[in-house]
Design a binder for this molecule. Structure first.
Ligand SMILES: C[S@@+](CC[C@H](N)C(=O)[O-])C[C@H]1O[C@@H](n2cnc3c(N)ncnc32)[C@H](O)[C@@H]1O
Length: 258
């Protein structure tokens, strides 16, 4: 189980902010729209939506990140509410929001079918959800895959194998109930001084590394898998003088039946 309050997720959130901008732009918000930023982390999308004049609520399971999001909203002078909660049991009435956004957030919920059911429940009829999900391609996908396979082999937790990137898999969920699913592709660029610097930063600060590394250390596989994971980053590096990689993602648009 990943404790998203551990470490310093803020660093990754800063890296993901362009994707939050993309998702909020696609949401085409109108002033006064009720927006839920689901699994909001430090509130990237929530802050952008609030600055666009929406009535925003951010929800996340990690109490520390909710406190960070709250502090960021206060510092930016934008009005947004933040609550600790579970994507699988949203503390909101049916039809509470015109828009739900989730930037690489709800994909971490352990029961995707239930998560989508909850999203559609809290949307008004005709409301829209914009969900940024990773496509299973690129150096970061391969890096994470090396470590995740090692963790599963060591008896640690494995992620639910749901293909969030596949619109047909989402369309097949029973909760869809006539909702329409569209998709748009994009890429996120990540830059650092070197592959080693990028990996070391994740190792020290990312909640997933903090949760997974002790499992691999106990199994005695960490040094080998660390090198293998680093090799995937080196192989994908597009900048011979530093480190630049691109991570492909997709924004799913779910439109609730009217
Ligand atoms: C990769 S972070 C994304 C955070 C944020 N959306 C962003 O753009 O930086 C994943 C987030 O999902 C949250 N999360 C995971 N499972 C959750 C659940 N079942 N309910 C609520 N939040 C959850 C974590 O606490 C974490 O903040």
């Amino acid at each position: 189980m990943v404790d998203w309050s551990a470490g310093e997720y803020e660093r990754t959130a800063a890296e993901l902010e362009p994707a939050a901008r993309h998702v909020v732009a696609l949401a085409a918000l109108l002033p006064g729209d009720g927006v839920l930023d689901l699994a909001c982390g430090t509130g990237n999308a929530a802050l952008l939506a609030a600055a666009a004049g929406a009535r925003v609520t951010g929800l996340d399971g990690a109490r520390r990140l909710i406190e960070v999001a709250h502090g960021r909203a206060a510092a930016a002078g934008v009005d947004a509410k933040f609550v600790v909660g579970d994507a699988l049991d949203l503390p909101f009435d049916d039809g509470s929001f015109e828009v739900v956004v989730s930037v690489f957030g709800v994909i971490f919920a352990p029961d995707p079918a239930r998560a989508v059911e909850e999203i559609l429940r809290v949307l008004v009829p005709g409301g829209r959800a914009l969900l940024a999900v990773w496509r299973p391609e690129g150096p970061v996908h391969e890096e994470v895959g090396v470590l995740a396979r090692g963790i599963a082999e060591a008896g640690g937790p494995s992620r639910p194998p749901f293909a969030w990137h596949d619109p047909d898999a989402v369309r097949a969920l029973p909760a869809l109930d006539g909702a329409r699913v569209d998709a748009e592709d994009a890429e996120l660029t990540i830059e650092r001084s070197s592959p080693e610097a990028y990996f070391a930063e994740g190792e020290a600060y990312h909640p997933m590394s903090i949760a997974g590394r002790p499992i691999l250390e106990r199994a005695g596989t960490y040094p080998r898998l660390r090198e293998e994971a680093l090799d995937t980053l080196r192989a994908g590096n597009q900048d011979p003088d530093g480190f630049r990689i691109t991570s492909p993602y997709r924004v799913l648009r779910l439109t609730r039946a009217g």
